[in-house]
Design a protein around this ligand. Structure first.
Ligand SMILES: Cc1cc2nc3c(=O)[nH]c(=O)nc-3n(C[C@H](O)[C@H](O)[C@H](O)COP(=O)(O)OP(=O)(O)OC[C@H]3O[C@@H](n4cnc5c(N)ncnc54)[C@H](O)[C@@H]3O)c2cc1C
Length: 547
């Protein structure tokens, strides 16, 4: 008796959570208009791309530093899956959709749905796309017309021959979290618009990209974050040679092994200021907001993939006389993972919706503040959930989950990066405290978001879950007040538990809101069951004796 491998169908058609969510947040005409693009991406993700992903498993990017004649070339070759992924991403507008604005602010939701379907079958090709999207947004926000005209059309095109991707080079040996310590120096050329960069970048992903946004300190600037400036550079000249950039080596990583992540030396790399000679950390913030959104979308998409594979397998694998899907404990295990993934989905897509509004200036001040708070909260919460869900998914396959050529272990390895890059859990927890600006303004914003989510909830089956959410939020508010009274060490020490509690509370209320809608409009109680289950899976993580 052989084991039947898990299989995937059309990943859009099969995704109740995505379809139901889009039916709620999009007007019927918009949904009709975009549905074909989603069904096509769902077909590719469950078919051609998934098959190539399994076949491409052992391929990795290659760095060739020298040619046969002794010239330093530092050529990067990515794998066949990544080459196809790049073409499909461009043609299907996985970045472009957000900028074409066919449906105003809702274009961001459409784009995130495409990214969500695309990501789990393309081995973190989402990484260069996230940075490309972030670079486009940052350049557009900068008002630097020369750079906008030069690069943005390439970043948001649907023509694969014209498509450029972007890197984001921040982390140095001195620190990824504390980028103010960066040592890269920018020396002004005579014309003073061009600079030459000298330094080492310690983690630079998607190094095959055509451009990068990076931080460096113009000579004479003060130390610390304010003294850094944001620079734009093109990685290669018209002959394909690196522009005074040496790729010292590719990192040998736990996961994201298809992503070429390099250590670089910049030795006089030409670069242009994006926006002024200081405040680089502030000026790169639009890029980070977009890559953090992508991180959350990737987290929920990998959770969804794990759950889809595991559910399919459970219907085929027989143990003790019945398929696993009929064993009460296995069903309970899967339902818990599904609830976790479903709750996370609603928070990530809510941030997508708010991001879309912020990009089209439709956003009320209150929601802009909410977006500022929820971006780090969503990123840190979903990143942790993705690792937990992936680990449990592997266990649901028994030994097969631990065996490489099933294609399953990569889910766990790739998920593990999500809490690390784009700001670690701790760093984002501290950022959440900054975003809140104290209890008065910040928590009021969250409280009113929670109230809005719960205001139309009538089903008594959801009452307990709603009460759990409100109690968790009250606890967070009282903890914050007491921690602020005690001062900085107490606040910092509890920041992670506090931020995760905010994240899980928001996930729960968004899921409750959706559950009521789904009952009213689809006569479906599955989201209600998920909300009830999630509410009992640990929403309030704060401990009071940490003072
Ligand atoms: C696969 C991969 C690809 C990457 N690609 C890129 C890239 O393309 N571009 C780029 O710029 N970077 C990239 N990075 C780097 C990544 O962003 C950093 O690793 C990350 O920001 C953490 O920085 P660090 O490694 O210097 O760790 P550190 O900053 O030294 O942090 C170490 C630990 O200390 C904790 N910590 C730090 N400060 C505090 C504090 N104040 N309070 C409490 N805890 C704290 C952190 O949470 C972490 O757990 C990549 C990393 C990986 C793993």
């Amino acid at each position: 008796m052989n084991q039947a491998p898990p299989t995937l169908g059309n990943q859009y058609d099969d995704d109740r959570v995505l379809r139901s969510h889009l039916a709620r947040v999009l007007p019927a005409g918009v949904l009709r208009d975009i549905e074909e693009s989603l069904a096509e991406m769902g077909r590719l993700a469950g078919g051609e791309l998934y098959e190539l992903q399994l076949a491409d498993r052992l391929n990795e990017p290659k760095l060739t530093q020298w040619d046969a004649w002794g010239n330093r070339i530092d050529k990067i070759e990515v794998t066949p899956l990544w080459r196809l992924a790049e073409r499909i991403a461009a043609e299907h507008g996985v970045v472009a959709t957000a900028y074409e604005q066919k449906h105003g602010s809702l274009s961001r939701v459409h784009q995130c749905a495409l990214a969500y379907l695309f990501t789990p079958s393309t081995d973190i090709y989402s990484c260069p796309l996230a940075m490309t999207d972030g670079a486009a947004r940052t350049l557009l926000n900068s008002g630097n017309q020369v750079l906008i005209d030069r690069a943005v059309p390439h970043l948001i095109t649907r023509d694969p021959n014209e498509f450029w991707t972007a890197g984001q080079w921040m982390t140095e040996l001195t620190g990824g979290s504390d980028v103010g310590l960066s040592e890269t120096i920018a020396k002004a050329e005579r014309d003073s618009t061009t600079f030459r960069l000298y330094g080492r970048k310690w983690f630079t992903s998607a190094i095959a990209s055509q451009i990068a946004l990076t931080l460096a300190r113009p000579e004479g600037n003060p130390s610390g974050g304010r003294g850094l400036a944001l620079f734009y550079l093109e990685t290669r000249d018209e002959h394909g040679r690196p522009r005074n950039i040496q790729i010292n080596r590719l990192k040998d990583k736990l996961g994201t092994r298809k992503v070429p992540t390099a250590e670089l030396t910049l030795d006089g790399t030409p670069a242009q200021l994006v926006k002024g000679p200081t405040d680089g950390v502030r000026n790169i913030a639009p890029l980070l907001n977009i890559t953090r959104l992508w991180n959350g979308i990737s987290a929920v998409s990998l959770m969804r993939r794990g759950v889809a594979l595991s559910s399919d397998y459970a219907s085929k694998r027989v143990a003790f006389g019945a398929p696993l899907s009929e064993k009460p404990l296995h069903r309970d295990t899967l339902a818990t993972l599904e609830a976790e993934a479903e709750a996370a989905f609603h928070l990530a897509f809510y941030v997508a919706e708010l991001t879309g509004q912020s990009e089209t200036s439709e956003i009320p001040e209150n929601d802009a503040r909410l977006l500022r708070i929820l971006t780090p909260v969503m990123k840190l919460t979903t990143g942790k959930q993705a690792v937990m869900v992936a680990s449990e998914v592997l266990e649901t396959f028994g030994g097969a989950g631990y065996v490489e050529d099933t294609g399953l272990p990569v889910l766990l390895r790739d998920s593990q990066v999500l809490p690390i890059w784009e700001g670690t859990t701790n760093v984002l927890a501290l950022d959440t405290l900054r975003a809140l600006h104290g209890t008065e303004t910040g928590l009021v914003t969250i409280e009113s978001a929670v109230t809005r989510c719960l205001e139309n909830v009538r089903d008594p089956r959801l009452a307990d879950a709603a009460r759990i959410a409100r109690t968790a939020l009250d606890h967070a508010a009282s903890w914050l007040k007491e921690a602020e009274r005690r001062g900085s060490p107490a606040l910092e020490a509890g920041a992670r538990r506090f931020s995760l509690t905010l994240g899980r509370t928001m996930e729960l209320v968004l899921l409750i809101k959706h559950a009521q809608w789904s009952q009213d409009h689809e006569d479906d109680a599955r989201a209600t069951a998920a909300a009830r289950r999630f509410s009992r899976s640990g929403v309030d993580l704060i401990v009071d004796d940490d003072f």
